[in-house]
Design a binder for this molecule. Sequence first.
Ligand SMILES: [Zn+2]
Length: 187
Amino acid sequence: MVDKGKIENAIESILHAIGEDSGREGLLATPKRVARVYEEIFSGINIDPQSILQTTFSEEYSGLVTLDKISFFSMCEHHLLPFYGFVSIGYIPNGKIAGLSKFVRLIDVLSKRPQLQERLTEQIVNLIDLVLSPEGVAVIISAEHMCMSLRGVKKMGATIKTVASRGVLNTQNDRFKEFESIVSKAK
Ligand SMILES: [Zn+2]
């Protein structure tokens, strides 16, 4: 649970620090609003992501399962600015599968905390690898970072791509290429 009162005080301090009058009409409820936003976008902090994938099903399917372009929204922990984009997951089951909504929930929980795209990619691939023990698993994330778009190098629309893979999707290039071609064609 986030301490909304502390966030409100901090936001009021920031408003003062930038030379604003936190008492003017438009800013009066801003600390409260920001506290509610932070409560929502950091709601994944105390949730154990491993618990989400616990419900699995036994299934003899040996092909590739892909989930394309699941949108996500996260906060860069270096600047507390948003980064957002799409996650694509591919895995080859080894007798165990999980419901598709569980993967979406997993991404949600891991995104709703101060994050880095590189770490998010590794965490998703490692958790699927750990819980489902698949033949192989791969994750591709493409995202735009507000800390790149609105400050520093100011590159609007620049996309950062990260890739992580385990098992045969790491060791067998043709299997990874199969995953990559399905994902890149997805709209
Ligand atoms: Zn950043």
